[in-house]
Design a protein around this ligand. Structure first.
Ligand SMILES: O=C(O)CCC(=O)C(=O)O
Ligand SMILES: [Fe+2]
Length: 376
């Protein structure tokens, strides 16, 4: 019988475990690509991979001590700004938008000498994200790919993600063949977009970062990027000035809790670090917004409502800024390199026919974020 207008209807509250509550406290939104318990146990969706040695494993014996500070070498500073080694005659360079994103053809990353690698760091710092087509990177032995990436900084080992057997330094993104769980995901979510700067909770988060495709759906699964330096530039000088000097906390706790909640791994105890809201890029001197909805929690010294309002404004500004964003369409052989210090990105889960999507990331850490004084 329908309740009368005066009757109080009590809707039962579903039980939520303490662990889940802790996960829900932050805004952390689990990407539906990063872990598949069935895959770990039953190898479901692992058949017929093009790069089987890159299939994810979760080794519970990999447990590491807290990361220690290290001195980062900023190679972009040493680069020839005309890029003679990286972009030799015959290579083609196409800008995807005026501020962010470039596509390069006709150069082979694995053949670069040190000068070419320095130029790579600089080009990526300037253009924020660069897609290199027709690369042989995925076919290198994994050790060689890591050796290449290690030039740019100490390899980050992810606290929870899957990695190829014996190579915890590789972060894998794998949505298995025949995986149709996306419908379950969208039962609770309206969108798969989750803007973030990778592992910003670390004291020295990554800089020049490499993501390469191993297998892909025919269409769909593009990656979005936003230019956080241009986002800063769009703000009024008064607002920019107010942001300077502010610090925000970044937390890795929710990611580890989410992993624990689904039976995943924890390679290190989670950390919380504080970074400036406006950070300066060591090569270009550009200032960029450095808060993201996945990992940033609060602005130090503000009351909760004040902090929430400012962070929401900044997240919305970055997310709605289609006029300072770009979108990379993956092709076989594509290596995408972004500067994680001055960009944010999001995977897209928009294909529903169960085709495999498989990528590997090499994540060199960079300097501890710093800010330089506000100047108009
Ligand atoms: O799958 C993608 O397109 C990007 C995933 C991601 O966020 C990452 O590898 O850092
Ligand atoms: Fe990411």
């Amino acid at each position: 019988m329908a309740p009368s207008a005066t009757e109080t209807v009590i809707v039962p509250v579903p039980e939520v475990s303490a662990l889940k509550l802790q996960v829900l406290k932050g805004q952390y939104k689990e990407a539906p690509t990063t872990f598949d318990k069935d895959a770990e146990t039953g190898k479901k969706g692992f058949e017929a991979a093009k790069y089987p040695h890159y299939l994810p494993t979760w080794n519970r014996e990999q447990y590491y001590q807290p990361l220690q500070p290290f001195e980062h070498v900023e190679h972009g500073k040493d680069a020839d700004p005309s890029f003679p080694n990286l972009l030799p005659e015959g290579s083609t360079v196409t800008h995807l938008t005026p501020t962010i994103g470039t596509e390069v053809k006709g150069t082979q990353l694995t053949s670069l000498n040190s000068a070419g690698k320095d130029e790579l760091a600089r080009l990526v710092a300037e253009r924020k994200v660069v897609a290199f087509r027709n690369q042989d990177f995925a076919d290198l032995p994994i050790e060689k790919a890591l050796e290449f990436g290690g030039y740019f900084g100490r390899h980050h080992i992810h606290p929870t993600s899957g990695s190829p057997e014996g190579h915890p330094e590789i972060h894998l993104v794998h949505r298995g063949a025949g995986d149709n769980t996306i419908d379950q995901y969208f039962a609770n979510r309206i969108s798969s977009v989750a803007w973030h700067s990778d592992v910003s909770y670390e004291q020295q988060p990554p800089g020049t970062t490499f993501l390469y495709i191993l297998d892909k759906p025919e269409t769909g699964g593009d990656t979005l990027f936003v230019d956080a330096a241009e986002a800063y530039q769009r703000l009024s000088p008064l607002f920019q000035e107010r942001l300077h000097g502010l610090q925000a906390t970044h937390s890795g706790i929710e990611q580890v809790n989410a992993s624990a909640a689904r039976g995943g791994i924890k390679r290190r105890e989670p950390v919380v670090n504080t970074h400036p809201i406006v950070r300066t890029h060591p090569t270009t001197g550009e200032k960029a917004l450095y808060v993201n909805p996945q990992f940033t929690r609060d602005i130090v010294g503000l009351k909760k409502e004040e902090s929430d309002a400012i962070l929401k404004f900044l997240y919305d500004h970055l997310a709605y800024g289609a006029d300072f964003q770009t979108r990379v369409k993956w092709e076989e052989g594509t290596v995408v390199v972004w500067d994680n210090r001055v960009t944010q990105h999001s995977a897209l889960i928009d294909w529903k026919d169960g085709q495999r999507r498989h990528l590997a990331r090499i994540t060199p850490q960079a300097e501890r974020p710093f800010e330089t004084p506000f100047k108009t």
